[in-house]
Design a protein around this ligand. Structure first.
Ligand code: ACO
Length: 311
């Protein structure tokens, strides 16, 4: 019977039908979705920290309002994604526990420090730019709740990307010092942004199966090339230099060739040894612990209200 169910499931995937939470699905499909969606949710939540660091120091009221809105959007993305993931039968407490104990991964990119205001520009431009490239195909992913969450997330990400690029444009039109700050931010965020899209296809253990299930619609290397091809001309408009001496347009392929990515650095960061991993985890664990009294109070209030209704 399972074989029959599996055939029906495969046929639905082949027809590009959405799989919904109450539909039959193979156990591995469910598990791999829990893995990817929960990691994605954690990335949004941890992703608030590097930019949250600059809210109090934004250079104007306008910049502050935009940055604050963006960081709040990321909280929203994390919460929808946790909800989408819960429909697969994992509780939010369990997901938090996996994050706080270091068992769950979250994106490598958020383990780098934000040292100048230009980093707010570079993150919006590059990190959110890479996130859009990665997430637009996910709007067509096979699991319904994930696909629908991605539609709204992508709309918000494009605002984030533009606010970042506009910060970069402003700095690049400013004083020499401001332009240097923008270049320095690009130098530091470029390579980690390329790594963010995941290991090469040859090293990516999940791609083959995830492509079959239409969880992933494009491979890590395809997305990386698309990101590079889109971003290099944007750097030209800014008058900034991509920190890669091997970066060159290839007339034959119609794509930019690029230099060797430091995969050793990537795996170090993924394994918890990046520049800010400890700080990021501590911030989340502290927030969870310091919020305990709020959760307790909310529970006590809910119980009291429920008892009153009975009486
Ligand atoms: N940071 C941390 N871990 C990573 C990263 C990264 N940038 N890229 C890959 N990995 C991990 C994978 O999670 C996997 O580990 P696991 O088996 O413990 O889960 C391992 O490295 C091997 O990678 P892949 O086989 O390529 O994994 P996968 O097929 O899941 O592809 C990818 C990785 C592209 C990140 C995919 O999961 C994805 O598209 N996720 C949704 C988008 C997302 O999470 N974005 C987060 C940042 S965007 C933002 O928050 C603004």
């Amino acid at each position: 019977e399972v074989k029959n169910l599996e055939e029906i499931f495969e046929a639905r995937i082949a027809r590009d039908e959405k799989i919904e939470p109450k539909d039959w699905m193979p156990e591995k499909y469910r598990k791999t979705h829990i893995r990817q969606i929960s990691q994605h949710a954690h990335s949004e939540i941890i992703g608030m920290l590097p930019e949250g660091n600059w809210i109090t120091r934004a250079p104007s009221l306008r910049r502050k309002a935009a940055l604050l809105a963006k960081v709040q959007d990321e909280a929203g993305h994390g919460l929808y994604l946790y909800s989408a993931c819960e429909t697969l039968g994992i509780s939010r407490e369990e997901m938090y526990e996996q994050l706080h104990s270091g068992k769950a991964k979250y994106s490598s990119i958020f383990n780098y420090p934000t040292v100048t205001w230009a980093d707010m520009g570079a993150i919006g431009w590059l990190v959110d730019g890479a996130a859009i490239i990665n997430q637009v195909p996910l709007c067509n992913t096979s699991f319904g709740p994930y696909a629908r969450a991605m539609v709204r997330v992508c709309k918000e990400e494009s605002f984030h990307q533009r606010q970042g690029y506009e910060i970069m444009l402003t700095l690049c039109k400013g004083t020499d010092e401001q332009k240097e700050m923008a270049q320095d931010a690009l130098n530091r965020w470029w390579w980690p942004s390329l790594m963010m899209l995941g290991p090469t296809d040859a090293e990516s253990v999940h791609t083959e199966q995830s492509m079959k299930w239409k969880l992933k619609r494009k491979s890590n290397d395809e997305l990386r090339q698309q990101f590079i091809d889109q971003t290099v001309p944007q750097a030209d408009i800014l008058g900034l230099t991509i920190p890669d001496p091997d970066m060159k347009f290839n007339e034959e392929t119609g794509h930019y060739d690029f230099g060797e990515i430091d995969w050793d650095e990537f795996w170090q960061v993924v394994k918890g040894h990046g520049p800010c991993n400890k700080e990021r985890m501590k911030a989340r664990v502290d927030a969870w612990e310091n919020g305990e009294w709020v959760r307790d109070a909310a529970m006590a209030h809910a119980e009291k209200k429920a008892n009153k209704n009975v009486a």
